[in-house]
Write a protein that binds this ligand. Structure first.
Ligand code: UDP
Length: 469
């Protein structure tokens, strides 16, 4: 009898930094012969529709129609998160996430049941974001395999995974001693308290973010497989230690796997300004790219110092400002006179891969770091919260491909200018460029036909198939 086809039911987490790797993982699974049912929340569907309404070849109702035209078997569904489309999910972060923790699992349960029922000839399994609070419970209820996908570095995963050790050793809740060394997390040589994720630096651990992390890492311990969007050679010890706990596979960066990049699937939550022409008019390596990702809330004071630092530095720049440009200092736009481009969103990969780009001032989101490495662009690191302080450690302290901006102190325009100059040219810049070439080669090799990412992904497919049949 022919083996029944495997069917991945994928439910993406509703943030840009999770959506892109999730879609790319869906494409990769489908290009390996799987059927995929991909689920976005209705809100994310709405955002994608708005962002892509000008693009005529995108089907407004079915974002995976392009993938199917390329021969991939991906079906698309949406699920309500229980809130109206115009509800501000960032402004009401706590209320929203409390409701998601409380009410979303039953919605997912109902949907997964429906998907399984209407595809009886297929063998279903679940692929959900590690941050969700329900995958293990739902997989158990339907008796299906549970693949947990982690879109951040293995280092961050390991620390969250071993929260009990942090508690036992008196580091969680935090005692607030920034320089204290934590050297007991398996696979993590040592890390200072100040480099832990922001939610582990709190003295009070009762926020909704803590609830999300506690539940997520309770659930993930029951996952059958863990996929991590990182590279073996970059986090070798950490991955080795994790693998002793549960089957874990470094499949990063999923966003640069080459076999399906031409497939058109909308991924960006905001419409992108095309910066190509502007960048083409600038000399090689002369432009600094500045973005703080999709979530960070920028204060007027921060914008003031960055903008004035840019003026003092005299470099060319592309600044992504999701906020209204009113937050910029008076007269700024006149003063920059053609040497700066301000956009509300762009295609970051296409910007970073322009020869004109010489550096990236980043908030240290994991996707941004991987993209910068892929394009060989050194970084100035200005982490805000969550995993960003920990990601900064990897970039600056471990891999030496970036420098810090204002080491923990308040931001100052003179230092902004100084650090921009250091990043863009001179001795420090040359050192960073030498190092990022090496890290880039590691990433490229991992993604090559015989590379570790490729091997790990194939091993995952083999182990998954073996466990199903
Ligand atoms: N990004 C983009 N255009 C922009 C700014 C960001 O396409 O103008 C993308 C970027 O390429 C990355 C994602 O948004 O893939 C942000 O993810 P990251 O993990 O870096 O940060 P987060 O938004 O989760 O804080």
């Amino acid at each position: 009898m022919a083996e029944r086809k495997l069917h991945a039911i994928m439910i993406a987490f509703s943030f840009q930094g999770h959506i892109t790797p999730f879609i790319n993982l869906a494409l990769k699974l489908a290009s390996n012969g799987f059927t995929v049912t991909f689920v976005h929340t209705e809100f994310i569907h709405h955002m994608l529709s708005k962002a892509h309404h000008n693009i005529t070849h995108v089907d407004d109702e079915d974002f995976f129609s392009g993938a199917r035209q390329s021969g991939l078997d991906i079906r698309y569904m949406t699920i309500s998160d229980g809130f109206p489309l115009d509800y501000d999910r960032i402004l009401n972060f706590n209320e929203y996430w409390e409701a998601i923790l409380r009410d979303f699992p039953s919605r997912v349960h109902e949907l997964v049941g429906r998907i399984i029922q209407s595809n009886e000839s297929l063998v279903p399994f679940l692929v959900a974001d590690t941050f969700y609070s329900w995958p293990a419970s739902i997989a158990e209820e339907f008796n299906i395999l549970n693949v947990s996908f982690w879109t951040e570095p293995a280092l961050v995963f390991s620390i969250d995974y071993h929260l009990d050790l942090l508690r036992e050793n008196g580091f969680f809740p935090s005692k607030g001693n920034q320089e204290d060394l934590i050297d007991f997390v398996p696979g993590v040589q040592s890390i200072k308290t100040k480099d832990l994720m922001s939610y582990l630096q709190d003295a009070h651990i009762t926020t909704v973010i803590h609830q999300i992390v506690f539940k997520a890492f309770d659930q993930v311990k029951h996952a059958d497989f863990i996929l991590i969007n990182t590279v073996n050679e970059l986090e070798h010890e950490t991955l080795l230690a994790l693998n002793k706990k549960q089957p874990s596979y470094a499949i990063g960066s999923i966003n640069f796997s080459t076999d399906f990049t031409k497939t058109v699937v909308p991924k960006s939550l905001w419409s992108e300004t095309d910066c190509t022409e502007w960048l083409n008019s600038k000399p090689a390596g002369s432009v600094l790219y500045i973005s703080f990702g999709s979530l960070a809330q920028i204060t007027k004071q921060l914008v003031d110092e960055i903008a004035n630092g840019l003026l003092l530095s005299e470099v060319n720049f592309v600044l992504v400002l999701r906020e209204n440009t009113d937050v910029l200092p008076d007269g700024f736009k006149n003063e920059i006179r053609g040497r700066g481009l301000i956009v509300s969103w762009c295609n970051q990969n296409s910007v970073l891969s322009s020869p004109a780009i010489g550096g990236f001032l980043t908030h240290c989101g994991w996707n941004s770091i991987l993209e910068s490495i892929w394009c060989g662009v050194p970084m100035i690191c200005f982490p805000f919260y969550a995993d960003q302080p920990t990601n900064r450690k990897l970039v600056v302290d471990d891999w030496k491909i970036g420098i810090n901006l204002c080491d923990g102190s308040s931001i100052d325009r003179k230092e902004v200018a100084e650090k921009i100059k250091q990043l863009m040219s001179g001795e420090i810049s040359n050192g960073l460029r030498d190092e990022i070439k090496k890290i880039r080669t590691i990433l490229q090799n991992a993604l090559a036909e015989d590379g570790s990412t490729h091997r790990n992904f194939n091993q995952f497919l083999k182990d998954l198939r073996a466990k199903v049949h």
